[in-house]
Design a protein around this ligand. Structure first.
Ligand code: ADP
Ligand code: MG
Length: 810
């Protein structure tokens, strides 16, 4: 008879349960030895007893202490996940990141060696789960989807929600959901003894768990126990840069090169924000460091001439870089950190510098699994491991042998634009808590160093203490839709660890009804289920789901991208896209090569074509035109200049356009090629009309009707002479916040002077207008206005027929 535990651990674990049932596991000596070094393993008994005695347990332990790899094994050995044990359901472990779900499953499988197929993973589009699976690693999105089909999660005996400190929206939603399912399973157990109670374990790498612990709404049966696992952390010396460079990838390149030349042996871990940065830096480092063997020429690394410039994203971090310059010591000394550091370091450690061989590995989500796992392998003899990673290496994965961390201080974050409702990924500063986690990566195996590629002034001033929970940063409509897709009726009563504002929840629910995503009773509809698959505000998702009609998909995608990007037009010239006629193009074009001229002509033609049609009555289609024409322009900058467009916004809109293409493709519109042509022909009349209708469908609650076609409110000009003075009435009442000291909104709304419709003759104004935004006017700027007027922005004229079409649901 084999006992899985070494003698010194033999008596750990609650006697009654261990005796009642346990599973034997045979591990290799090597694995066993590594396990014994993990702080979590020393706490197995405490952890298991807490789990036996409580429905919900919270475990806090520093990154690398063994939570993710060991806790599922404790559970497995105690009989969870084993069909003939008292706790037969699967052990479900959720991760916010796919990389972690896959690689942790592989690791646990290896550690349990000989139990193949017991450990599996499931991520979107990929799964290794079978009917033998006992431990299932998955992304939190997958578990959310499963709850939709199996509300009591009957397949599981225990759910482990990992990385809870990250506070991803899915994690928060899951904690709320599963806390209720735990209660539900307890009641079911009373009625049907075959149904086992469900346990919940929440694991966090930081002590920021008060939102879960001190939340009576969340765990109604009392505060769950918090088990702390003492980590072993070696000291890490942190070095700030004197200056914060805007091009942090370039900065990372120089620092890593110099560090490699000067620092004693030890792995390096560089935190970047995404795949592009990682691959380009990897290439650059390889070129610069690969063949340096035996050619030591002092400590400065010379960069090969003619090297391709590194592409980095243009970041806006709330202040201009010149402001940073003022903030920081005005010291142009390029040699900062390493010069100071070297002396210090050599004093302390007295080691010979590392060999000049390097072993460079990337680590990011989209990387193939086998390549991801390379970071855990031993680097070649005598070579320095340099891992270039996204923040997946911050707490999800612990890479062995890291002694030096290079922290750019940035991460790609999901952002949400209140105005446009668009979610996007943007590069921004990380929090102080994240910075300290990153630094901590250098102190796993011995004392280490963390080089922060930003100054302490920037850190103090611009880094938040903790990242805000994601649920407060994403559209409420999206959150509601997600909950409703799990068949949750009363969203306001949902036990959010950090609840969004109630009023906006109610408002968003109404919008979802208008969009047809919810039935009048608040139940999710099939349209709602479709919309929930897009990472966009439901309005735009709606456009994309209906936008395939009349072969409009490529236009709809571009339209959403254009509408979702603010400030495409340069404000001083908002009054219209300047469309030169063809003669102008030819006379101007002498300096252009023939091919370029043809392209440019199509750009203008395209714009021209669209403008000559109905689109002069739509700001939305104007934006679409600008973006479509931009795709033809051989020189983007010249084009933007001539057309009074903002190059930065156009660039963003183009990026969003390609992202949306991928999303639409992934959402199973199988007829669609995965890349759509960027250079589109001008849309047909029918298509233009269809596009207008899509806009109306997305903004169905924002239709205004010409006031003369309905009773005119008193107090308004009887005979306006300019389009911008003509009153419209919103078909749906507008709710704006009522403030005691100011007027509430006007009954009527007016065309904004920047709209293409502002130039229409009063008699030609359309009866119905769709607006995407309302703006309260400033009395000083509106001539002759007695009180501030509410202006409609980004307008599209629609016909009564088109609106009637909406009612019919076409
Ligand atoms: P935590 O979840 O507490 O952060 P983990 O369980 O992820 O800790 O990691 C425990 C240890 O296991 C770490 O030292 C890590 O380096 C190691 N480890 C994890 N995955 C692998 C792997 N695939 N190969 C080798 N070591 C690994
Ligand atoms: Mg972990």
């Amino acid at each position: 008879e084999q006992d899985p535990l070494p003698p010194e651990l033999e008596n750990k674990g609650s006697a009654r349960d261990r005796k009642a049932f346990s599973v034997d596991v045979i591990r290799s000596d090597e694995i066993q030895e590594a396990r014994l070094g993990l702080p979590v393993v020393a706490e197995e008994q405490k952890i298991m007893e807490a789990i036996y005695d409580n429905p919900v347990v919270i475990i806090w332990g520093a990154t690398g202490s063994g939570k993710t790899t060991q806790v599922p094994q404790f559970l497995f050995e105690a009989g969870y996940g084993t069909s003939d044990s008292p706790n037969p359901g699967m052990i479900g472990v959720t991760q916010p990141r796919r990389v972690a779900a896959v690689s942790m499953a592989k690791r646990v499988d290896d550690e349990l060696g000989g139990l193949r197929e017991k450990v599996a993973y499931q991520i979107r589009f990929d799964s290794s789960v079978s009917n033998k699976t006992a431990i299932k690693f998955m992304t939190d999105g997958i578990l959310i989807r499963e709850i939709t089909n199996d509300f009591a999660l009957l397949k599981y005996s225990i759910i482990v929600i990992d990385e809870a400190h990250e506070r991803s929206a899915n994690t928060d939603i899951l904690i709320g959901m599963v806390s209720r399912i735990v209660d539900l399973r307890a009641t079911m157990n009373k009625e049907d003894a075959k149904v086992r109670p469900l346990k919940l374990v929440i694991m966090s790498a930081t002590l920021r768990v008060t939102d879960f612990l001190e939340n009576p709404n969340l765990f109604r049966n009392g505060k769950p126990p918090l088990i702390q696992v003492e980590g072993r952390q070696f000291p890490v010396a942190t070095h700030f840069s004197r200056r914060t460079q805007r091009d942090y990838v370039d900065e990372a390149f120089h620092k890593v090169c110099r560090g490699h030349k000067k620092l004693p042996p030890g792995g390096m871990l560089v935190f970047l924000t995404g795949q592009n940065e990682i691959t380009s830096l990897a290439k650059r480092l390889k070129d610069a460091l690969a063949n340096t063997h035996g050619s030591h020429t002092g400590h400065k690394v010379r960069i090969a001439a003619g090297e391709a410039p590194l592409e980095t994203e243009d970041i806006e971090l709330g202040m201009s870089m010149s402001q940073y310059d003022q903030l920081e010591e005005n010291d142009d000394d390029e040699e900062d950190v390493f010069d100071e550091l070297d002396d210090k370091e050599f004093e302390v450690e007295d080691e010979t510098p590392a060999s000049s061989q390097v072993h460079i590995l990337p680590l990011y989500s989209q990387l193939q699994t086998k390549d991801q796992l390379k970071v855990f392998e031993k680097p070649p003899e005598n070579a320095r491991l340099i891992v270039l990673a996204t923040n997946v290496a911050e707490t999800s994965l612990t890479i062995p042998g890291i002694r030096y961390v290079f922290d750019t201080g940035r991460a790609k974050d999901k952002r949400y634009d209140e105005q446009t409702g668009v979610q996007s990924f943007e590069v921004g500063w990380i929090s102080k808590a994240s910075a300290s986690q990153r630094a901590g990566r250098a102190g796993r195996t011995g004392p280490g160093h963390c080089y922060r590629l930003y100054s302490s002034a920037v850190y103090e001033r611009d880094f938040k203490e903790h990242a805000e929970p994601e649920i407060l940063r994403i559209p409420v409509e999206g959150v509601i839709l997600q909950l409703k897709s799990m068949d949750l009726q009363h969203v306001v009563n949902f036990p959010f660890p950090t609840p969004p504002d109630r009023q906006s929840l109610a408002k968003a629910e109404k919008l979802l009804c208008y969009l047809g995503a919810l039935s009048p009773e608040g139940k999710i509809t099939s349209i709602g289920r479709q919309l929930s698959h897009y990472p966009l505000s439901p309005r735009f998702s709606k456009m994309l789901t209906i936008g395939h009609q009349h072969e409009c998909t490529p236009y709809t995608v571009a339209l959403v991208a254009a509408l979702a990007t603010p400030n495409l037009f340069i404000p001083e010239n908002q009054l219209g896209l300047a469309v030169p006629n063809q003669t102008e193009i030819y006379t101007n074009g002498d300096r252009l090569a023939d091919e370029a001229r043809t392209k440019l002509r199509s750009a203008y033609d395209h714009a021209h074509h669209l403008f000559s049609r109905k689109s002069s009555t739509s700001d939305a289609l104007k934006a679409l035109t600008a973006l479509c024409a931009y795709a033809y322009a051989p020189s983007k900058d010249d084009f933007c200049k001539e057309m009074f467009l903002s190059p930065k916004s156009l660039h963003e809109a183009s990026n969003l356009r390609s992202q949306l293409t991928t999303i639409v493709h992934n959402n199973n519109l199988t007829t669609l090629p995965s890349t759509l042509p960027l250079q589109l022909p001008a849309p047909s009349k029918i298509q233009i009309s269809a596009l207008q209708q899509f806009i109306a469908a997305a903004f169905i609650d924002q239709i205004a009707i010409l006031a003369s076609s309905s009773p005119i409110p008193p107090d308004l000009p009887r005979k306006p002479t300019r389009a911008i003075d003509v009153p419209y009435l919103p078909l749906f009442p507008i709710k704006t916040k009522r403030r005691a000291d100011t007027d509430i909104i006007d009954v009527a709304v007016f065309i904004h002077p920047s709209s293409v419709l502002a130039h229409t003759a009063v008699k030609d104004l359309p009866t119905y207008i769709i607006y995407s935004r309302l703006q309260r006017g400033n009395p000083a700027t509106i001539e002759g206005a007695k009180k501030p007027r509410t202006r409609m922005h980004a307008l599209t004229a629609v016909t009564g027929k088109q609106i009637a079409g909406l009612a019919k649901g076409t």
